[in-house]
Design a protein around this ligand. Structure first.
Ligand code: ADP
Ligand code: ZN
Length: 171
């Protein structure tokens, strides 16, 4: 089963993906997670991506598309996958199509904009494993790691991210 998960930043794609992974045993391929891992590892791609991510802008297509293709080529993705956060614009969708990737279903997680701002402002992320929870959690429920607020989870940046995704220029 090859699934594409669509929805605005903060709609809850990650949470839905975790459930689908549990139900279908497919690989979870989140471009946000892949990019954050690259930033943490200080790989060349990570260094290039970091500035865009901190500013709430999309990382350039050439970087993201390469990353996704490489990930889709790994063994576990052959049993099926959930693409979370990709494609994010028409060029990425065209690139996915051109790579000959067959999709079974596209799911849209549709949530009101104000609900998203409220949710993301109180979201905390585990520094060690990437798990997300509300502001009340001071240790990661999954691994005990430290929970922090992502730079791009501040209300200002959230609005900019949403507008970037809608294809509008950042103010
Ligand atoms: P959210 O879904 O909460 O916006 P993600 O974890 O999906 O966050 O992405 C975090 C950041 O990574 C984005 O703001 C963007 O800079 C970058 N990013 C993720 N996926 C893509 C993509 N498909 N194309 C370009 N940039 C991306
Ligand atoms: Zn953790």
């Amino acid at each position: 089963m090859n699934i594409v998960l669509l929805g605005a930043p903060g709609a809850g794609k990650g949470t839905q993906a975790q459930r689908l992974v549990a139900d279908y045993g497919v690989a979870h391929i989140s471009t946000g997670d892949l990019l954050r891992a690259a930033v943490k590892a200080r790989s060349e791609l990570g260094v290039q991506a970091k500035g865009y991510m901190d500013a709430g802008q999309l990382v350039p297509d050439r970087l993201v598309i390469g990353l996704v293709k490489e990930r889709l080529g790994q063994d576990d993705a052959r049993r099926g996958f959930i693409l979370d956060g990709f494609p994010r614009n028409t060029d990425q969708a065209v690139a996915l199509d051109a790579a000959g990737v067959a999709l079974d279903v596209a799911l849209l997680v549709d949530v009101a904009p104000q609900v998203i701002v409220d949710r993301l402002s109180s979201r905390r992320t585990c520094r060690d494993c990437g798990y997300t929870a509300g502001a009340a959690a001071d240790a990661c429920p999954r691994c005990g790691g430290e929970m922090y607020q992502r730079d791009d989870d501040r209300p200002e940046t959230i609005r900019r991210r949403r507008d970037a995704d809608a294809g509008r220029p950042a103010p």
